[in-house]
Ligand binder design. Structure first.
Ligand SMILES: [Zn+2]
Length: 248
């Protein structure tokens, strides 16, 4: 893979105050991104989470109605571990999220409501890079729609019904940062946030207990530490969270 193994990652720009993180499922942000979020909220920045689904199709042994409520609770607890109080859900259907106008409109509306300078999302490409693993259609749909909605939010004429609802255009998104990208360009130091990132992923306990036979804490700590150290090889040896940055 042309993952440019040796190319150093640049520090993510720091001149912003509000971020909106938009992903498909509960746990998408915690699998690698929440150490960065912890350091942002430490610095007094506002971070809001927007989830397209409640992850209700994520646990084979739990029916969606029960599962959705449980995963929402776990997601809110998880966000609180890294200083995020606002968590919103769009209620698209887990597993069959469609890229299209309704999804772009929903995300553009949230961008207008929260007026972020930085938008964060998860890998929108078909695979997870050199691992060869196929990405899920929900991640692809939400990632692409988020990249598009960053521009839609600023254009009065793309979704005129939003302005009629009192959501004025917001053309202030300066970057979209994609976590889990196959071709990262930037990184955030994870040193201060790593311990809280472990707790935030661990908050998805029901999901993780189904996922692995390993002790949940050992699994979570191992996964996040390895991934931060791997990124750190391209970030001066400091554990880090990688992003591909799309400027606007
Ligand atoms: Zn996911």
């Amino acid at each position: 893979m042309t993952e440019s193994a040796g190319t150093p990652l640049e520090p993510l720009p720091g001149d912003w105050r509000r971020a909106l993180a938009v992903v498909a499922h509960p746990d998408d942000l915690e699998y690698g991104c929440s150490a960065a979020v912890a350091s942002w909220t430490d610095e007094g920045r506002e971070v809001t989470y927007l989830l397209a689904t409640r992850g209700e199709a994520g646990i084979d042994t739990l029916a969606p109605e029960e599962c959705g409520a449980l995963r929402e609770r776990e997601q809110r607890a998880s966000a609180a571990e890294v200083g995020v109080e606002r968590v919103e859900f769009l209620d698209h259907r887990d597993g069959v999220v469609e890229y299209g106008i309704p999804l772009r409109r929903d995300i553009a509306a949230a961008i207008r409501r929260h007026r972020p300078e930085l938008v964060v999302t998860l890998n929108h490409r078909e695979t997870w890079g050199s691992s060869g693993f196929w990405n899920t259609p929900d991640h692809v749909a939400v990632g692409r729609a988020t990249l598009d909605a960053a521009a839609d939010a600023g254009n009065r004429w793309i979704f005129p019904e939003l302005a009629e609802q009192g959501l004025e255009p917001w053309d202030g998104v300066r970057w979209v940062a994609v976590a889990g990208s196959t071709t990262p360009t930037h990184a955030v130091d994870a040193t201060a946030g790593l311990e809280r990132a472990v707790r935030s992923l661990l908050a998805h306990r029901t999901y993780i207990e189904v996922l692995t036979d390993e002790d949940p804490e050992a699994y979570v700590r191992g996964f996040l530490t390895r991934s931060a150290e791997e990124t750190g090889k391209r970030f001066g040896g400091r554990p880090a969270v990688a992003f591909e940055l799309f400027p606007r």
